[in-house]
Design a protein around this ligand. Sequence first.
Ligand SMILES: C[S@@+](CC[C@H](N)C(=O)[O-])C[C@H]1O[C@@H](n2cnc3c(N)ncnc32)[C@H](O)[C@@H]1O
Length: 345
Amino acid sequence: MSALYEQLHLPSSSFSSFSSFSSLPSSSSPAFAQDVLDGLAHRQRRIPCQWLYDHLGSLLFERITQQPEYYPARTEIAILEQVAGQVAEAAGPHATLIELGSGSARKTPIVLRALDRPAAYVPVDISETFLASTTRTIAAGFPRLKVVPCVADFTRLTSLPPELPAGRRVVFFPGSTIGNLDPAAAEALLTRIGRVVGAGALMVIGIDHTRDPARMVRAYDDAAGVTAAFNKNLLVRINRELRGDFDAEAFHHVARFDSEQRRIEMHLVSARTQRATVLGRAFDFAIGQSIHTENSYKPSPFQFLAMAHRAGWRQEQLWVEGAAGYAVHVLQSVSSPSSSSFSSL
Ligand SMILES: C[S@@+](CC[C@H](N)C(=O)[O-])C[C@H]1O[C@@H](n2cnc3c(N)ncnc32)[C@H](O)[C@@H]1O
């Protein structure tokens, strides 16, 4: 049983209605199975976006960040390169950097190099094998740094690994990943993380505040088709891990902006009438019927800061790249630390 399976394992009572779980392929997660079967049973079919990130999904996401249309990554890197010294000054010496949704950690060395003798680095990610390769890369680049990877769903994190040195905690949450959560879930996550790291900890968080819908849609539907491949890979993963038989080529990738909710939505839209089965269950699709696979909320800086404040974080610093509308915020936690012992899920 893989570590990911263990970390994501839910109480068996959660699955009492799904007798076919007993025959899940060994590489798959019951939580993935439950989210897919639940999500496909809704009228608007939907699957939570963390499942886009198996190893290939993580590689494809990295490729997305290199597309010319994908302004968030290069804008955030440019901001971090300019302000890393100020972040390091605010953090002080011997800080422990905890990165939520670390992915390839391409931006992390900018912060690690600026920090004064960082004590440890904790990359947290749901994509297990990709996290292992990121850990090796960072450990090779920073041989004296203690690197403690954590395979976990960050929305369920309750405490940090016990072997971390004392010293200030600095949460690094780049990539506008928080925008993948709906506002209530984002606030709950910030509250939870504040309790895990305790008062005085900092959070360096990147978030897209763009107001240009056409620019956003292009970023999530690049001309080279990388985002389309990333989205369709979810069906390939379902086929492999959940005995599915989706024809990924019979679905179109669609990105659209919902102006009321201020979010980009990604969908997989059925190109024809078809039936797909997952773990022995059949799901019929009409032409044009979609599976909603990702949201990317674009709150205003004011909306975001109001939410952070309600979640127990105070604004320290803010840098916005005007043309792109992308921002890096530094927040400080005013929450009391929770006393729970380490268990990431
Ligand atoms: C938008 S990508 C950002 C990657 C990287 N931080 C960057 O800035 O390029 C989101 C990352 O968060 C991870 N992720 C998504 N949902 C997660 C969850 N619930 N728990 C842990 N990791 C998650 C994904 O595997 C992926 O690496």
